[in-house]
Design a protein around this ligand. Structure first.
Ligand code: SF4
Length: 150
């Protein structure tokens, strides 16, 4: 792994940036007014393996688990609502337990900087329930906006 930043309540794993490839890409661009920052395409996540993500779903950051492009959401139409609610619930669950873990560390007057082993031990022994997702009907859609509820 490239590098890791440890702060009081967070551990940030830093990825790589392909500076040379980015400069080559930018060299012949006359119009640099991009809709999306092109640097995004030259960043490599440290958890990306040959067969995709090496992290378990439960350990991935929210955007990795919840991102869907706007076009896909629009095409799904109304049936997407149930998925949207599920995403919100999962997001709330993650935020709630992240905050809970932080509070527990604070109550024990410890953090990753003070004593990382003790902090990790406390986290390991916390009772964090696993998220129980609803079973949602799949949405099968076509690019013209039609969908077939399964
Ligand atoms: S899903 Fe997220 S954590 Fe996993 S490799 Fe992709 S960017 Fe990294």
């Amino acid at each position: 792994m490239s590098s890791t930043n440890v702060s009081q309540y967070f551990i940030e794993a830093k990825g790589l940036f392909k500076q040379e490839e980015y400069e080559i890409f930018m060299a012949d661009k006359e119009d640099t007014d991009f809709e999306i920052d092109p640097k995004l395409f030259f960043r490599i996540c440290p958890f990306c393996g040959f067969k995709g993500c090496t992290l378990d779903f439960s350990l991935r950051p929210h955007p990795c688990n919840l991102y869907l492009c706007r076009s896909v959401i629009d095409i799904c139409g109304k049936p997407y609502r149930a998925y949207s609610n599920e995403r919100k619930d999962y997001f709330s669950y993650c935020n709630f337990y992240n905050e809970y873990i932080k509070e527990e560390l604070m109550e024990n007057n410890v953090d990753f900087i003070k004593d990382i082993d003790k902090s990790l031990n406390i986290i390991e022994n916390l009772n964090v329930p696993t998220f129980e997702p609803r079973k949602l009907a799949p949405i099968i859609f076509f690019f013209k906006g039609n969908y077939i509820p399964a």
